[in-house]
Design a protein around this ligand. Structure first.
Ligand code: F6R
Length: 609
């Protein structure tokens, strides 16, 4: 977790660093800090709380200087406090360092350093790196960082400045993301691209084990072991404005509303104008390989996992591939049986989720072909997979995942159709029909967004309750899980997602008027089944909010409130059903005055276990 930024140039560093940190705040936000070099001095500023506290601090008491590093923290070792906030310094006070990641051998290193007389002032693992760099410093900060990195086990992205070398900034990474931005007479580092996008569009995406030495005039790239490396410059062609709120009250609302565009972008180049074919040219998987897989396995975390479950349902139904699934945090530790003829699919918005990355690496090491469905370009999961399908949803800043979920489901639907075609498990007519349905999704999503008054009404009517049950079946079981997760994480209302058929085996005991039930009930294979589950809820005085197709008047008899989505094939309906469920959660949370974009205790990118 945590976000880091760095700047070397001729402008006031604090303006650039605080701006960058604001765009990284989604990575963590319990404290923040800056270290600035100015006229032979190293100036530190640390605050507890969100970035606006830091903004206020530098406004009231500006810090001069044109070289510096910054950090926004999400605590892992040591509770949130000014003492534990980064940057951390060495004992001499000339070296300052920011870090994202976890140092696994920090206890040993700390003991060693303490035995040498070093005094620690924080409870963090990061402070050992600062002292190690200090220990090895003999007038060359890059050499000292190199030596220190050789001692570290775990994950890090670090940026380091030294008072005695005011014209250099050093950065390095291992298993935590880091990019370098190229400017004119100035250069930048950041945990990800949006951090520096208002300053430059040309970046290097560093690999694990890379190091960058930045001056105002240039960037030297090398391995932490010393050998030089070359990277292509990646030119960012998406808009900086895309990372801003664009007039919406919250990023989450903006991102929900971006879904029609995001769907078009996810299909762009994959389903051409006037064509009924899905093309996935970026896949290295040959038809022979697609035919050879005997099983699939989906693994991910949180919302991304639920999108993976949508994919599992589609792959089984369309490509007739038996697909199993597990949460990445379970899968990686349960010594699973991984067959060579297994296609392992990981799903991730950030591409940096530690458990998903570890599960992916494990599957790959054991000979499984890995495919990842990812949003963040150049992220660790994308780079470590045999194949990657980017969802092209654009930056997602709101902590609660919305457009990434629906786009992950959409890309998985395209992949399932592609595989079904190769495996000849789908008729030409059914394939063409579903491709046609995919093409209609952006307009149908727009229809939902054009009139949200019923959803607002529902949240006004039911949003005061403290317990909700979300029931789903078949293709929309993941929708129930995801709807419940959305509600609980942003509104702090307790909500459980459950398979409707399991009701009688326990959860039915929860039903009472003050525990409303939300249920996707779209016409299709299990429509009658879910309707009969709703009757069971009704018979016990439960209130029901159903999500149903436009034109389904029967559902009115079984529900107290109906939210509508345009009719589509049942298999693709989770993609549309997600929207009213996201909006329902959003309006409930907003009415309760919750911090929708940064819910308590959460961070956008979970790069630690
Ligand atoms: C919930 C949410 C999380 C993420 C999960 C995985 O709204 O966003 O549950 O889905 O932390 O993150 P990624 O997709 O970045 O791997």
């Amino acid at each position: 977790m945590c976000g880091i930024v760095g700047y070397i140039g001729s402008k006031r560093a604090t303006d650039i660093l605080v701006g960058g940190l604001k765009r990284l705040e989604y990575r963590g936000y319990d404290s923040a800090g800056l270290a600035i070099l100015h006229e032979g001095e190293l100036k530190l500023r640390k605050v507890l709380g969100k970035l606006r506290v830091m903004e206020q601090s530098v406004e009231e008491e500006p810090i001069e200087g044109t070289v510096g590093i910054g950090h926004t923290r999400w605590a892992t070792h040591g509770r949130p406090s000014v003492r534990n906030a980064h940057p951390h310094t060495d004992s001499s006070g000339r070296i300052a360092l920011v870090h994202n990641g976890i140092i696994e051998n920090y206890v040993e290193l700390k003991t060693e350093l303490q035995a040498e007389g070093v005094e620690f002032v924080s409870d963090t693992d990061t402070e050992v790196i600062a002292h190690l760099v200090g220990k090895y410093y003999k007038g060359d900060i890059a050499a000292a960082v190199r030596e220190a990195c050789a001692r570290l086990e775990g994950a890090y992205a670090i940026a380091v400045v030294c008072r005695d070398e005011p014209d250099r900034l050093v950065a390095a990474r291992l298993f935590s993301p880091l990019i370098v931005g190229l400017g004119d007479g100035e250069n930048f580092i950041g945990s990800d691209i949006p951090a520096i996008l208002d300053r430059t569009r040309d970046v290097y995406i560093l690999d694990d084990g890379d190091m960058a030495i930045l001056t105002r005039e240039g960037i030297e790239l090398c391995r932490v072991t010393g050998e030089p490396v070359r990277h292509e410059v990646y030119h960012v062609d998406w808009d900086a404005g895309a990372a801003e709120k664009g007039g919406y009250k919250h990023f989450m609302l903006k991102e929900i509303n971006e879904q029609p565009t995001a769907f078009r972008n996810a299909m762009r180049g994959r389903i051409r104008e006037g064509s009924s074919e899905i093309e996935l040219p970026e896949l290295s998987l040959t038809d022979e390989q697609l035919l050879g897989f005997r099983r699939g396995f989906v693994t991910a975390c949180g919302t991304a996992y639920y999108a993976g479950l949508v994919g599992k349902f589609l792959l089984e139904n369309l490509a007739r591939l038996p697909v199993d699934s597990d949460l990445a945090s379970e899968y990686r530790y349960r010594n699973p049986i991984i067959h060579k003829d297994q296609l392992t699919i990981t799903v991730s918005q950030s591409g940096e989720t530690a458990d998903t990355l570890a599960a992916l690496r494990m599957a790959r090491e054991q000979g499984s072909h890995t495919l990842s469905i990812v949003n963040a370009v150049g992220s660790s999961i994308a780079r470590d997979s045999d194949d990657v399908l980017y969802i092209n949803a654009g930056p997602e800043i709101g902590v609660a995942s919305t457009k990434a979920y629906s786009c992950q489901s959409l890309v998985l639907a395209m992949f399932a159709l592609h595989m079904a075609k190769v495996r000849k498990t789908i008729s030409k007519e059914r394939y063409a029909q579903l491709v046609d349905e995919l093409k209609q999704l952006p307009d149908k999503a727009q229809r939902i967004l054009d009139d949200v008054s019923r959803i607002q009404e529902a949240s006004a009517k039911y949003g005061q309750y403290n317990n909700f049950l979300y029931l789903g079946r078949g293709a929309n079981l993941p929708s129930a899980y995801e709807g419940a997760l959305k509600l609980k994480e942003i509104s702090y209302i307790h909500a459980e997602g459950y398979a409707a058929g399991e009701m009688k085996h326990g959860p039915i005991a929860l039903i009472e008027p003050a525990c409303p039930t939300v249920a996707p009930a779209v016409r299709g294979a299990v429509y009658e089944k879910i309707v009969s589950n709703l009757q069971e809820v009704r018979a016990r005085d439960g209130q029901i909010i159903a999500v149903a197709f436009e034109g389904d008047t029967d559902i009115e008899r079984h529900a107290d409130f109906v939210l509508r989505v345009p009719e589509c094939d049942e298999l693709l309906s989770p993609i549309l059903v997600a929207l009213p469920l996201q909006l329902f959660a959003y309006y409930c949370a907003d009415a309760r005055g919750c911090d929708v974009d940064q819910p308590r205790n959460l961070a956008k990118s979970v790069t630690v276990e």
